[in-house]
Design a protein around this ligand. Structure first.
Ligand SMILES: *Cc1c(COP(=O)(O)O)cnc(C)c1O
Length: 371
């Protein structure tokens, strides 16, 4: 195929809709610092996510960094290595020590049966990741956290709009971080948020995201600058109007992938459960070479030869990054290591053509059949 297909394509509104949304910025000349669009988006998002408070940030990473700072944590934090660099970086940047827990075989989220063994008298929090938008075992995590008096902050970067038994994912733990990066299901170009039901933390987040300033002559905390600007908030207001339709389109594409690939033994597809409302953020597929005779890299290369760019997401594991490998070993989390070596996220975005999904699947099938 000559057409280039990337793993994602950002959702954006019609140009006229965005222009209409930003017009009044030319009247107000109010570009950032809790502007009208910012206020409106926080309100709309708290309605959409059914959260008491949604606090906007300039990106998801700074949201996570700041909420850890606001909670004033010290010591060790249990998390997983099967995630984006941001999760671990935010922990380390707060002077905390990440302790890596393995993931489970079912949905690649933290293995809740392995958490307690990692708890020491220094453990202060758990930062699980709703990876690919698949919810962690929030019930078990809540139990463990209560028993050991630990904070729980979810990396929900992938999980915008996901619900468990009709309950929004943002209502679990002490706080949830969402990323609104251009590549995510819901975007504000760059952006992020914390959803949180504790007013004390909310107050602290609002302070820390604007230098710790309370009024022009009073600075009460050593804060950062991680405010969302009005143009990003305006993009968010537009994209939020279309989010349900975009997720529905993603669902159709995922169903097409499953229809095409479900009967191939050696290919593991996500197992969607009835009590979860998914957002279809990613299409992760695990390739077992011992059954297929070809491995993940062979499939990746074959797709690339056809101008289709899947992603080895997440590979390598965090412990294998140059900045962490002196202190950690990915051998300590064997299942995460196995999955990282076998997984590929296939192209998935709302406007991906269903015919292209068939083509992608045929290329994969042909590679397996002609090995
Ligand atoms: C995207 C992402 C982040 C960081 O979000 P940004 O908005 O890009 O800063 C954090 N964690 C995970 C798992 C992500 O995918």
């Amino acid at each position: 195929m000559n057409k280039k297909i990337q793993v994602i394509q950002s959702s954006i509104p019609e140009m006229d809709e965005y222009i209409n949304e930003i017009k009044d910025i030319w009247d107000s000349k109010w570009l950032t610092n809790n502007g009208i669009k910012h206020q409106k988006l926080e309100l709309e998002l708290s309605k959409y996510l059914n959260a008491d408070n949604v606090i906007l940030f300039n990106n998801g990473h700074m949201a996570l960094y700041t909420v850890l700072k606001a909670l004033d944590l010290k010591g060790e934090v249990i998390t997983t290595p099967f995630t984006f660099a941001s999760t671990t970086h935010a922990i380390v940047q707060n002077g905390l020590t990440p302790v890596f827990c393995d993931i489970n075989e079912e949905d690649y989220t933290i293995d809740v049966d392995k958490i307690e063994k990692l708890i020491t008298d220094k453990t202060c929090a758990i930062i699980p990741v709703h990876v690919y938008g698949f919810p962690c075992n929030v019930k078990k995590i809540t139990e463990i956290a209560k028993k050991h008096n630990l904070k729980v902050i979810y990396d929900s970067a992938h999980a915008f709009g996901v619900k468990i038994n009709d309950e929004h994912i943002s209502n679990y733990g002490d706080a949830s971080m969402f990323s609104f990066h251009a590549t995510k299901v819901f975007n504000t170009i760059e952006g992020g948020a914390i959803a949180c039901n504790d007013n004390k933390i909310v107050e602290k987040l609002n302070l820390l995201k604007n230098f710790g300033i309370t009024d022009p002559e009073s600075v009460v905390d050593i804060g950062m600058n991680c405010k969302m600007n009005e143009f990003s908030a305006a993009m968010g207001l537009c994209n939020l109007r279309h989010i349900n339709g975009e997720i529905l389109k993603r669902k159709k594409i995922v169903e097409k992938y499953i229809e095409n690939l479900k009967d191939i033994s050696g290919i593991k597809l996500p197992n969607y459960k009835n009590d979860i409302t998914y957002n279809y953020a990613y299409m992760p597929v695990v390739f077992d070479e011992s059954v297929l005779g070809v491995n993940r890299d062979d499939i990746f290369d074959e797709l690339a030869n056809n101008n289709i760019f899947a992603r080895k997401y997440f590979f390598p594991l965090i412990q294998d990054f140059e900045c962490y490998r002196n202190q950690y070993s990915s051998d300590d989390t064997p299942f995460a290591k196995k999955i990282a070596n076998r997984i590929l996220t296939l192209p998935l975005y709302a406007d991906l053509d269903i015919k292209d999904v068939d083509n992608i699947c045929n290329i994969i099938k042909n590679k397996i059949n002609n090995k």
